[in-house]
Unconditional design. Structure first.
Length: 396
């Protein structure tokens, strides 16, 4: 079926469309795509606060028909005739400031079954100010399209599998509660097609809007070990309507726990620097991120950084492991011997004696012979802030 690749349309409306909107349809001259067929457009000072949006078109642009991309009543029209099914065109919209709650619509995602051999497929990718991928929320007509993952979990393919001769089905793409710096749309053919040459097709992308700009422009977020603690530093270039930063930590990149919060500058056009000290990092690698919360309770997350605290406790080694259960040898740097404990798998403490102490190694002897199984040797430093546990296997 005829397939029009539509790009975006953006009007400004504080009620229906939020604080930024671009309309590329032919019934308005507010944000025209000019001239017809242009592969680069810049829309200056859109919305409030003002944002500049740059649109670039790349890929197999020699496959465009009908002097597209150009304005159409349904949006920016992209009409292409693909020579092979690996051909595609890519539209990238880049925002001068990251924007929140970005959304847009795509018309006519389907599979032609009458006079064409073509299946619409659009790869959707959104990225924040640090280049991290953001997963979109996508709604679509289940009778005409389906969703699948790209090479990364945040990339989504929207593909057609049924015909829509009027190009009227609409899919909606949004990035709720996320700051988006760039969005890409790659339009090509899927594999669910008939044999033979592909034919001219089109889709439409319309009604691109956003709520506001991201309230904070983060310059950097860094972490550094300070002995058995971790110092986090970050700086902002600008802040708008910002309330506070919440520092969060994880050891598995799945569950993050709040550690504390710092009040932000609120509104600033000057560089602001912040520092936070994690007094009790966990053993091994600690993962940190910032949650920036504005005064309207909208939130943004920073990139994730990894820091390993340089504690003496993290540098003791059990050998040999597995052990015979009669003696346990430790190699270490600057351990306080009173901080050592030996536990069974059920958490029962096993008394032991120090048999030898020579340089940076020692041997401990349990007061009862250990049976085959798993045990734990723990060390807690004198401040009580850091505890490290090493597994001990006993094999008879």
């Amino acid at each position: 079926m005829r397939r029009l690749f539509t790009l975006l349309a953006i009007f400004y409306s504080t009620f229906t469309f939020g604080q930024g909107f671009i309309d590329l349809s032919s019934n308005t001259d507010i944000t025209p795509w000019a001239p017809d067929g242009a592969l680069l457009q810049t829309f200056n000072n859109v919305g409030n606060p003002q944002v500049t949006v740059t649109a670039t078109v790349e890929g197999n642009v020699n496959r465009f028909n009908n002097n597209t991309p150009r304005n159409d009543a349904r949006g920016l029209w992209l009409n292409i005739a693909l020579g092979i099914r690996t051909d595609a065109v890519r539209i990238t919209f880049t925002f001068s400031e990251p924007v929140t709650n970005l959304s847009f619509g795509i018309l006519g995602i389907d599979r032609e079954q009458s006079f064409s051999n073509y299946q619409d497929r659009v790869l959707i990718g959104g990225y924040d100010d640090n280049g991290n991928g953001v997963t979109p929320t996508i709604t679509y007509n289940l009778g005409f399209a389906y969703l699948s993952n790209g090479t990364e979990p945040f990339l989504k393919f929207l593909s057609g599998f049924n015909s829509d001769p009027l190009d009227s089905t609409r899919s909606n793409v949004s990035f709720p509660n996320a700051g988006i710096k760039k969005v890409t749309l790659t339009f090509g053919s899927g594999d669910l097609v008939r044999s033979g040459a592909t034919t001219s097709q089109s889709i439409f992308l319309t009604n691109l809007s956003w709520a506001s700009i991201v309230p904070v422009e983060l310059l950097y977020f860094r972490g550094k070990a300070e002995n058995d603690r971790v110092r986090l530093n970050w700086a902002t270039a600008t802040e708008s309507n910002s309330d506070y930063f919440q520092v969060e930590r994880s050891t598995d990149l799945k569950e993050f726990t709040p550690l504390g919060r710092l009040t932000s500058a609120g509104d600033s056009k000057e560089r602001k620097e912040y520092s936070f000290l994690d007094e009790a990092p966990l053993p091994g690698v600690n993962y940190y991120r910032l949650k920036q919360v504005d005064k309207d309770r909208a939130a943004e997350y920073s990139k994730i950084i990894a820091v390993s605290p340089q504690t003496a406790a993290s540098r003791f080694v059990i050998y040999p492991n597995p052990s015979d259960g009669q003696t346990i040898k430790l190699q270490f740097d600057n351990l306080e011997l009173d901080g050592l404990r030996l536990y069974t798998l059920l958490g029962q403490e096993v008394p032991f004696e120090i048999q030898a102490n020579n340089g940076n190694s020692l041997t401990i002897k349990p007061q009862r012979e250990l049976q085959t199984g798993l045990y734990f040797v723990t060390y807690t430093n004198p401040t009580g802030r850091a505890r490290v546990t090493q597994k001990l296997w006993v094999s008879k």
